[in-house]
Design a protein around this ligand. Structure first.
Ligand SMILES: Cc1cc2nc3c(=O)[nH]c(=O)nc-3n(C[C@H](O)[C@H](O)[C@H](O)COP(=O)(O)O)c2cc1C
Length: 337
């Protein structure tokens, strides 16, 4: 069924005919310093916050201000990247009230998570578990849409289904009927988790069937993947997550393909990259310095699991920032020879 699109407010997020590259929300990874850092590359159009779970009570304002501090400054990172607030939950009333509060706190766009595969989240009626109840997707999106100002876009992020990729057709229609301004679709089912393959083709079918923009997401690891995803979906809007960390040149290459930025990707020098990243980290935000080290190691783990970084074992025992950089410098100096 065709859904009549609303006029999108200022269009800082998704505009129907303007290509976009979105930084994926990744819980525990794309926090405020990471969003700020990624925003500074000029390759992304906007970022989505890590999910904020709405459980027994609507979320209070202080949660939005703490977890998505960008809401305090026009919902942009210091580097200027717009940030959309993502909420997750199964109760339309509490989701609506939370979205309303997010907007009062300063959010300028809301995303609803219908894709989280975490068992605890799913057992508590949130994330991907809603993919088994399409009517509830419509109800939740509608409640949130009705609760926030008309110029605040509301979007939904879905997986293809719980255990069937065909579930996306009904779920996407329901989200659109509920008033979603656009959909982001991760090209896998909940049962698949993060296991390949991805199924990009159904995203293209949804894009053609519905009259709202669709952001394609999942396993864009290279320019070739990007082109294939573009061919199979016909999309002009894309979201990337793990590859942006595994290979920091990817956002540059994809955004160049999309005509968003014409910058050459810098050579990846991990030591330099992490020193740059640290400039975006307010040590107070992380509490103890060990948490910063954990964050850097987590990033390198992604680079070693999904990218070309082969020296993770050399840095994994570092417990202070100094030790981390000494180990990384030694490891990368060896590999550069
Ligand atoms: C560690 C991790 C945390 C994630 N957290 C979220 C989240 O908070 N909200 C969400 O909608 N998706 C979350 N995702 C899913 C990603 O946004 C994205 O859909 C998925 O990683 C596929 O994209 P990619 O192949 O480009 O990484 C997470 C993924 C990972 C790996």
């Amino acid at each position: 069924m065709q859904v009549v699109p609303r006029m999108l407010g200022e269009g800082k997020f998704i505009r129907p005919s303007v290509p976009a590259l979105v930084l994926a929300p990744m819980d525990g990874i794309t926090d405020a310093p990471m969003r700020d850092f990624q925003g500074s590359t000029g390759t992304f159009s906007y970022a989505v916050s890590e999910f904020l779970r709405v459980s027994m009570d609507p979320l209070p304002m202080k949660v939005f201000r703490r977890e998505v501090p960008e809401v305090n400054s026009h919902s942009r990172t210091k580097s200027g990247l717009p940030v959309q607030v993502q909420i997750l939950g199964g109760d339309p009333g509490r989701m609506a009230q939370s979205a309303f509060t997010a907007c009062r706190a300063g959010a300028t766009a809301i995303d609803i998570n219908f894709g989280c595969p975490a068992p605890t989240v799913n057992r508590h009626d949130g994330g991907a578990s809603l993919l088994r109840e399409p009517c509830r997707i419509r109800e939740i999106v509608r409640a949130v849409r009705d609760a926030v100002p008309a110029d605040v876009p509301v979007s939904a992020k879905l997986r293809l289904g719980w255990d069937s990729i065909d579930a996306i057709y009904e779920n996407a229609t329901m989200a659109a009927e509920g008033g979603a301004d656009w959909l982001t679709i991760h090209a896998r089912t909940r049962v698949q988790g993060y296991t390949p393959p991805v199924y990009w083709k159904p995203i293209g079918v949804v894009r053609e069937a519905l009259n709202i923009p669709v952001v394609a997401n999942g396993d864009i690891w290279s320019v070739d993947d990007f082109r294939q995803c573009q061919d199979e979906t016909g999309c002009i809007h894309f979201m990337i997550g793990r590859s942006a960390l595994a290979d920091p040149s990817i956002p540059y290459l994809v955004s160049r393909e999309l005509g968003i930025s014409d910058q050459e990707p810098p050579m990846t020098n991990w030591v330099e990259l992490f020193r740059q990243f640290l400039a975006f980290v307010d040590p107070d935000e992380y509490g103890v310095p060990q948490r910063i080290v954990m964050r850097l190691k987590q990033w390198l783990k992604i680079a070693s699991n999904f990218g070309e970084f082969r020296q993770f074992d050399d840095v994994k025992h570092a417990s202070t920032i100094e030790e981390f950089f000494i180990a990384l410098e030694a490891a990368t100096a060896v590999s550069n020879h």
